[in-house]
Design a protein around this ligand. Sequence first.
Ligand SMILES: [Ca+2]
Ligand SMILES: [Ca+2]
Ligand SMILES: [Ca+2]
Ligand SMILES: [Ca+2]
Length: 460
Amino acid sequence: MRLLRPAARHAGAVLVCGLALTACGAVPPTGSPATAGPSGGSSPSGTVSPAHRWPDTLVTDPGVVSVAARGVPRGEGGTLPDDVNGDGYPDAVIISERADADVFLTVLYGSANGLNPERRTVVTPLNWVVWQGGTSWRYRRPDTADLDGDGFADIPILIGAQGDVPAVRVLWGGPGGPVAGGLSPALPVPDPGRTTYDWPATGDFDGDGRADLAFGQQGATSQADGGYAVLHGPFGRDGGWRDTVTRVLGNVSWVAADTIAPGRATGLVAHRGDDGEQTGGFHLPTLSGGQAHPFGPGNAVAFGDFDGDGLRDLAVGDDGGRNNEPGYETLGATHAVTLHYGRAPGVPVPIPVPGIRGKLTAADFDGDGRDDLALQTGDHVELRVNGLTETRDLGTFRCPRGTGLISRAVAVRAGDYDRDGRAELLVNCWANWTGQDPKRWWVWDPDGPGLAFDTTGFTS
Ligand SMILES: [Ca+2]
Ligand SMILES: [Ca+2]
Ligand SMILES: [Ca+2]
Ligand SMILES: [Ca+2]
């Protein structure tokens, strides 16, 4: 039994079996790795059982979301993996709430002046719900990528009927952002009951220039059967995709990916499940090479180039999750960020950070060519800069007035939304000690005034 948050991850894991009993039954042993074709994986060598396909209703049901846009700059297409309207500026996708606690997606559009909530698209589920699986530090999802290769970043979302198994669909980007009806059929994720209720990770995992989607897969009959599945792009608007690769790694519950960049295959973290405690996982710098470096414990992960040598590094930290098993006070608690540098992946370098919790967010906030790390200590968000050797306290974020107690600042995601070479940080300000409260937001810009906004009134 866990004492503290996060509760959502494990609750979601339990729910997988609770709601999808058929998907928790026996599943043929998976290869390592194995490939299934776009027929849905019914080939003899495939690992996708037709018995575990999504319900057909999820494929055919139209009119799932409404879309309301205002002030969206019109783009012509580009190459950035997070440019939803293709105007050359990265965009931020967040999950947020209205006053009535309705959960919806908002695309905030970048510009020369950065993010501005007056330039946005609000995507609201109709009779379905946007799944909120995942704990607070992974709340940066949904990720984006140009899944169909048309020059506009797309948004895979996890959505489904209340109480049903959610499906992954793609909300397609376009010159004016997402539009009504611009939603793919349900993607044929292998063994959805085994695939955790976390959102998929975007990447180009085979380095072919086409964006792919990765999913963590829990073991069907034991933890040892856990692993990951990758659906390779390009993805068609009819729901088609190139092929599926699965791999068994043992006790894997969820995945996190590096950022997409031209000319390199995207790295992946396949993380073990947990019962509220800190666990570890496997770092796969490339999937095609097959090498999986074990790491941990630490439930918060972030990729970056922290020493500026051009190689990708992995930061692992304590997200604050605990349970009340005997010894919980100390077991698995590193109270540190541990760096796994690309130049020496087998030599972890711990950096003590007393009071660390929450997620890690990496970006180059000061523009020196080295990625920096935003992390939480207590109620504060702080930056580690200059190769993570220097600490810069950003303080407690101020949120819109009149919203009651503001207690926690949660760094959600970062990007260079104004393209001045220095990243901005998007922070969610909780007014609730006990759980996610994604209504109040703050954009921290190292070069300019902060911007606060509240999604409570985002009806359009
Ligand atoms: Ca854009
Ligand atoms: Ca696209
Ligand atoms: Ca690819
Ligand atoms: Ca930097």
